[in-house]
Design a protein around this ligand. Sequence first.
Ligand code: SF4
Ligand code: SF4
Length: 222
Amino acid sequence: MSSIWFLNGVKKGIKTERYPYAEPVSAPQWPSRLSGHDGGNCPVDAITPDGWVMEKCIFCRRCLPDYKPTGDQRIFTIKKTEDTFRRSFHVFPIDSGACGACNMEFLSIFSPQYDANRLGIFMVNTPRYADALIVMGVMTPGMKEALDRAYEAMPEPKLVIAMGACAVTGGIMGENPLDREKYNVEIAGCPPSPYTLIAALNAAMKDKRKADYFESKRQEVH
Ligand code: SF4
Ligand code: SF4
């Protein structure tokens, strides 16, 4: 029987996306970078006199039509990284108080559609093998010690990645985000899309050769 499923798979061919070598096949409009002006009525104060604050946005759409999604999935900031992560990047996820949606999106980047392994991004089951801790959710008191111990267990050099509005700014709760001084990469979204995650983790790997290659491939596609 297994050979039938194998042959079916072969007939269907490769379905894995080439992003970020090519444009995303099914990029969602929400969440993506918002563009607009004026407006208001934002429940989390993500619209300020200086414009849209991606880290605070929970993508509730209440600001439509003043602000509209652009489809641009690159809503993240790399504050610090290390050369040593250029070839492979091992991440350990930890849920400090998430609703479950960030967790699902994170796991999906290892599915056949996105296959983060092809970019050298791997999930590990212990912080002892991790290059980066990827934290989802607000900082609940009960998880503080677990987070500290996971961080202590990681080898140097190491990064902390705050994933999603809750971890970065408190999100819909509006309080108890991670300590901004302690993380090195912040990924906006509620939850971030798999494309945003892949782009952010790939950027955190700091592989200039790969970045140049992506750019040349992108130009070929257009
Ligand atoms: S989508 Fe919602 S949270 Fe984001 S800026 Fe608009 S109103 Fe604020
Ligand atoms: S950022 Fe949004 S999706 Fe992620 S844990 Fe918070 S509420 Fe859930």
